[in-house]
Design a protein around this ligand. Structure first.
Ligand SMILES: *[C@@H]1O[C@H](CO)[C@@H](O)[C@H](O)[C@H]1NC(C)=O
Ligand SMILES: *[C@@H]1O[C@H](CO)[C@@H](O)[C@H](O)[C@H]1NC(C)=O
Ligand SMILES: *[C@@H]1O[C@H](CO)[C@@H](O)[C@H](O)[C@H]1NC(C)=O
Length: 846
């Protein structure tokens, strides 16, 4: 307690920000999360709707909690729709009405509980590899004793805590003791265990427990006490992070840190409760430890609802005085059920650090999920041992903590050490430091040297195992990264059947240097791909992403138990495998239907987003909060150019991540997008130009591309690769006329243009190794003809730049000047919580 005596004073003044919200009781009331315009009085809205205003969200600006007596209807959405209807019929005045202040509303539904990630799905049986006797190395034991003596560690199970100092398989530990010897022990940093409670009475935790940063969102009491018989998980995780140096059990990684608890796993909650929980005390809690998530059953595909997503973004923008809260998620335990952490919208969020497990022999434990969103691994159960830590009870320990649940908090402890040394690091610096210091190890996996940073990445182990000493050491002199920037591609409309078996359907989008410059985008950190695939059996699908520099991310993998009779619905996959790449060039998505059977599907569309470091920090902006249907602009096909062509991979094409064999792949593919060209050719109709000009910002796209308009360089690039970049120019009316004139001028030169291109292709093909191998010659004629068709349909290469620019510059800001009803109208309250309401449903996230 002494540690935060000084905090308590401040704490009393502003005590328990959750306490300002009365406890919720879902059996007597309905709850609504409503986002209103800042100038509106919540009381006025409440009065109009006959509701009670419980109070504002703690962190989400202008979001409020309202309640009303239980009713089957969504009274807020109904009222808004009714007002709209009456206005249409001119029965209601178009003048301001208090309902016009509603920007978003969501009636809250209790959701299925998350799984704790120490639970291993029943179907999976551990192959116990008992070690022969667990023999300790005598010299390692001597060093361990010496360290304990120097640091005055007298904790009775310290010598069992192999993850801290391993005497049996020396070196297979978190490498923390020399960090402690430097006096770095987590002082002044708080980790918050978001879980099933935290035993603050435990002798091992009570001195570090931080009550003012804790709350129970299940029973609505200030202290998150474990009350159910199986409420042990949170306490065990807490012990790994912050068990004190004392005479109880062992020590935590950051034994002088503070530890808080937010209890959400021991009862039913809604999205609103979860959003409040993960935003709880953003200025007191530095790191949120989340060892849970949607079921790891190999059948579930679930993402956080929009409120939770907004909460995470808000935390990275406002938490820790603007440096950004650190979220750590356990990767998931479904590997034996073919599960993959990219089917979990928490672990595949760019705002969370996903931590998988290895066991004490550096082996991959059968449960730990792989995915392209996994950043790092650390120690947990397997090879006959588990993590030894604090348990519920005055002085109780356990030797049974395991699963990726136990790996996550070890990373949390390490990050607490890093922050205590460099509190000013941002949430992205923590990810950079992890990428740069994680240690690859000698286990067979798909280790690949990343083209951007030359680090080794494996989908099973991320960038390797966390090393406490290495990351703290690097943090000491680390120069903070510049603020975040992003670049969004338009929707790429593919709309083609996916071939079955070894074949794949590829779609390509090319990012130019200018696009990234205009987006103030310097280098890649995260990549996300949002996509729609219609399929009779979701588990048959797999998706790869190949970067311009030749790195392959396996965005999704086939899952034997996933029988969902639809494919991916607006699902966003994430990859950290492209960290440090430039991002310029062709990004290829390859969709496969791995089973040859009667269950087939269509690749509908996709959208690429690059997230990374800005070029000019002074021009960086904060990402606006996403709207619920941010990406629901697929059907506006006429407003978006298809910069893509779809190609069928030759059967048996290996998807390796070897950069050197990448450039040849797209060229081996057979262009099949005649239909595509036909569809997109409608994009140059005057009506569509008109509609885009309405949402485009003229100063964004007019100046720079215009001078380059007549240059055919980019057309050449497009054709060389035999990846038709289909170009559409859609902009302001003035631009349209300009374009039309150009097109007229050019139509007389069509033949000439294409002869030139064919020649150039031969030259360039020879120059680029392997780009145009054997098949190319035979296809030449066809390609030229196809190019001609495309050329006729689409005006000119610069259109692409123009359009992407307006798209890019525009999209992130839409939220700001949206009409008040935008989100609302689409939300339909009762279905708003639906994305996370049923296990196994498709979730939707930005
Ligand atoms: C909710 O209200 C009902 C009826 O008043 C009561 O029986 C129940 O205990 C309350 N539940 C909670 C969690 O307060
Ligand atoms: C502890 O952290 C707070 C911010 O959380 C900071 O204001 C304060 O200066 C820190 N104290 C020490 C001793 O580092
Ligand atoms: C582990 O820590 C030691 C210092 O105690 C350091 O020399 C070593 O490099 C660290 N291991 C790695 C992989 O960085």
């Amino acid at each position: 307690m002494r540690l935060f005596a000084f905090w308590s004073l401040a704490a009393v003044a502003t005590l328990a920000s959750a306490a300002h919200l009365p406890p919720r009781n879902y059996s007597t009331h309905d709850y609504y999360a409503i986002h209103i315009t800042s100038s509106t009085s919540p009381a006025e809205l409440a009065a109009h709707l006959g509701m009670t205003h419980d109070g504002p969200f703690t962190a989400l600006e202008d979001h409020h909690v309202f309640k009303a007596p239980k009713n089957d209807n969504d009274i807020v959405n109904d009222a808004v729709q009714e007002l709209k209807r009456r206005r249409r019929k001119r029965e209601a005045s178009p003048e301001y009405h208090v309902l016009d202040s509603v920007r978003f509303t969501q009636k809250q539904k209790l959701k299925p509980r998350h799984w704790k990630r120490d639970a291993i799905p029943d179907a999976q049986v551990e192959r116990i590899v008992r070690q022969n006797g667990n023999v300790a190395d005598p010299s390692a034991v001597t060093s361990q004793r010496e360290i304990a003596r120097t640091l005055n560690i007298k904790d009775p199970i310290f010598d069992e805590q192999w993850h801290l100092f391993n005497t049996q398989t020396p070196g297979n530990d978190i490498n923390v003791t020399d960090v402690w010897l430097q006096g770095i022990t987590g002082k002044n940093i708080t980790a918050c265990i978001v879980d099933d409670g935290l035993d603050m009475h435990s002798a091992d935790l009570k001195d570090n427990f931080y009550p003012e940063a804790s709350y129970d969102f299940n029973d609505h009491t200030p202290l998150p006490e474990p009350r159910l018989s199986d409420d042990r998980h949170g306490t065990r995780c807490a012990g790994e992070v912050s068990a004190g140096k004392n005479d109880a059990c062992g020590v935590g990684l950051a034994y002088d840190s503070r530890i808080s608890g937010v209890r959400i796993l021991s009862g039913d909650i809604s999205d609103m409760d979860e959003a409040l929980a993960i935003n709880f005390e953003l200025q007191r809690n530095d790191i949120y430890s989340c060892s849970w998530g949607p079921p790891d059953d190999g059948r579930t595909m679930q993402a956080p609802g929009i409120l939770i997503e907004r909460a995470m973004i808000t935390a990275t923008q406002k938490g820790r005085a603007g440096k950004g809260s650190i979220y750590v998620f356990a990767a998931g335990n479904g590997a034996a059920a073919d599960d993959n952490c990219n089917f979990d919208g928490y672990t595949n969020s760019i705002y969370s650090i996903t931590v998988g497990a290895i066991d004490k022999n550096n082996l991959h434990p059968y449960y730990s999920e792989a995915c392209s969103a996994q950043l790092v691994v650390t120690y947990s159960s397997g090879s006959g041992d588990s993590i030894h830590t604090t348990d519920v009870g005055a002085n109780k320990c356990t030797a049974q903590h395991g699963g990726t649940s136990a790996a996550g908090p070890i990373a949390v402890g390490v990050f607490a050490l890093v922050l205590s040394e460099r509190p000013e690091l941002t949430w992205r610096d923590m990810q950079w430091l992890t990428v740069l210091t994680a240690v690859p190890f000698d286990q067979p996996s798909d280790w690949t040297k990343t083209p951007g940073l030359g680090r080794s990445f494996s989908h099973q182990f991320g960038y390797g195992k966390l090393d406490a000493w290495a990351i703290v050491d690097k943090a000491k002199t680390w120069e903070l990264v510049k603020p975040q920037a992003w670049f969004y591609s338009p929707w790429m409309h593919v709309k083609q059947a996916i071939p079955q078996g070894d074949k794949g359907l590829a779609s390509v989008y090319e990012v130019t240097e200018q696009m990234l410059k205009d987006a103030n985008f310097g280098r890649v950190e995260h990549i996300t791909v949002t996509m729609n695939i219609a399929h009779d059996r979701r588990g048959d699908l797999s998706v790869e992403l190949i970067s311009p520099q030749g790195m392959t991310s396996h965005l999704s993998t086939a899952r034997r138990d996933d029988n969902a009779p639809y494919g991916y619905v607006d699902w966003t996959f994430m990859s950290v495998a492209h960290w440090g790449e430039k991002g310029i060039g062709k990004w290829t998505v390859i969709v496969k239907d791995t089973k040859v059977d009667d269950k087939a599907g269509t690749f509908t569309d996709w959208k690429l987003k690059l997230w990374g470091e800005s070029i000019d920090a002074s021009k960086a902006t904060l990402r606006p909060l996403p709207k619920e249907h941010d990406d629901d602009d697929h059907d506006k096909i006429d407003e978006h150019p298809a910069h893509t062509t779809s190609i069928t991979l030759p059967s048996g094409t290996p998807i390796s991540a070897n950069p050197s064999d990448m450039p040849s792949r797209p060229v081996n593919q057979k262009p099949t997008n005649t239909g595509q060209a036909a569809t997109t050719s409608t994009a140059t109709t005057p009506s569509s130009s008109g509609s885009v000009s309405a949402t485009s910002s003229p100063e964004n796209f007019l100046p720079s591309p215009f001078p380059t308009f007549g240059v055919s360089k980019r057309t050449q690039v497009w054709i060389y690769g035999s990846i038709g970049l289909i170009l559409v120019f859609v902009a302001s009316l003035a631009t349209y006329f300009y374009l039309a004139r150009r097109k007229r001028l050019r139509s007389s030169r069509d033949n000439y243009e294409f002869e030139i291109l064919d020649d150039a292709e031969d030259e360039e093909g020879g120059a680029r190794t392997g780009m145009l191998n054997g098949a190319a010659a035979g296809r030449q004629g066809r390609r030229a003809r196809r190019g001609g068709e495309l050329y006729d349909a689409f005006a000119g290469e610069s259109d692409e730049d123009l359009l992407s620019e307006s798209e890019d510059g525009d999209a992130p800001y839409r939220d700001r000047d949206e009409s008040p009803y935008d989100e609302k109208a689409q939300t339909g309250g009762s279905d708003a919580g639906g994305s996370s309401a049923s296990g196994g449903s498709t979730g939707k996230r930005q």
